[in-house]
Design a protein around this ligand. Structure first.
Ligand SMILES: [Zn+2]
Length: 58
């Protein structure tokens, strides 16, 4: 199992322990997930921008 599929499984089941939040970069539009507890100093993995928007998914 790849790391990506493992992460998706954890998010889908909702019992992974880490409360993940989806962000979207305001600079390049890249979407990515981070644990809520690590939202401090979270930066875009693609361009390094700190201009991030939290995306709430239903
Ligand atoms: Zn970016």
């Amino acid at each position: 199992m790849s790391l990506v599929s493992a992460l998706k499984d954890a998010l889908a089941s909702g019992d992974g322990g880490a409360d993940a939040v989806r962000y979207r970069c305001g600079e390049c539009g890249t979407g990515f997930d981070r644990a809520r507890t690590r939202m401090v100093r979270t930066r875009c993995p693609d361009c390094g921008s700190a201009d991030l928007r939290v995306v709430e998914e239903p």
